[in-house]
Design a protein around this ligand. Structure first.
Ligand code: DGL
Length: 277
């Protein structure tokens, strides 16, 4: 029994997203929880998730969680706002291990830090349409006004690696125009792809608006979750397999190159798997 428990402690964390966006969360877990191993899955064959139906996202999420469970992970981070919005509560009761999404931690910090009570949220059509951020923010601070804006072109631009391209800046200006007139003091980057556009968004919104990246609070929340379940890695066991492993459903080489441009460590390979099988 004790042995099984010890083994679990040294098992990796499963992290998934529709593509490269969840790497912004993985990066934060690497920073805040350097002892933890990670198995990342990017569903690059089926990205974007943001324009798909709730039923489809639940089906995709179930397949990925099943894959990660088979890899022996001890906890799962849904590093995708769309999957957190559509699938997390549906799937949670079916799971035998702790799971955390990105919406709740991001909503909580925005609700706690806004000074004028006006919060903007940008995300995929799915996330914004679900109203989940408004609901979660109001749970913590009912006196806030929450304004959502779907930015569907951001995900393909990020997946393409056009982080500072003039086309991206133009698109961002259009999407963010409504916020510039609305006096928000906080803007939640409610899609895990968007922190990669942070400097463009910062330039347009100015220094007066606090940009919330839910990845920070998610990594922090994960730390507490692992401690509560007494499965935090103490770093005392030798690691037999790679600290970080990456799997994708398509375009493995492109993913690997992208990951190497944003992660604090070098990735040797991203392995291709057929998630539908
Ligand atoms: N990065 C994901 C999110 O946070 C999904 C983006 C997409 O695939 O549309 O919502």
């Amino acid at each position: 029994m004790k042995q099984a428990f010890e083994k679990k402690k040294y098992a990796p964390i499963g992290v998934f997203d529709s593509g490269v966006g969840g790497l912004t969360v993985a990066r934060e877990i690497m920073r805040q929880l350097p002892q933890e191993r990670i198995i990342y899955f990017g569903d690059t064959a089926r990205v974007p998730y943001g324009s798909k139906s709730k039923e489809t996202i639940i089906r995709y999420s179930r397949q990925i969680i099943h894959f990660l469970e088979n890899k022996g992970v001890k906890a799962i981070v849904v590093a995708c706002n769309t999957a957190s919005a559509f699938a997390l509560e549906e799937i949670r009761p079916e799971m035998k291990m702790p799971v955390i999404g990105v919406v709740k931690p991001g909503a909580k910090v925005a609700a706690a830090t806004t000074k004028n009570g006006k919060i903007g949220v940008i995300g995929t059509e799915g996330t914004i349409g679900s109203q989940i951020y408004t609901e979660m923010i109001h749970r913590h601070n009912p006196d806030t006004v929450v304004m959502g804006k779907a930015c569907p072109l951001f995900v393909p631009l990020v997946e393409e690696g056009w982080l500072k391209d003039s086309v991206t800046i133009e698109v961002a200006k259009r999407y963010l125009a409504s916020f510039q007139e609305s006096d928000i003091d906080t803007l939640i980057l409610g899609c895990t792809h968007y922190p990669l556009l942070r400097s463009t968004i910062r330039e347009i919104m100015g220094e007066g608006v606090n940009l919330v990246n839910p990845a920070y609070e998610t990594a922090w929340g994960l730390k507490r979750l692992l401690e509560q379940h007494q499965i935090a890695n103490d770093g005392k066991s030798e690691v037999n397999s790679a600290m970080y492993q990456f799997f994708v459903s398509d375009a493995a080489e492109k993913f690997k190159n992208f990951a190497n441009s944003i992660l604090p460590c070098e990735i040797k390979e991203a392995r291709l798997i057929h998630i539908e099988e």
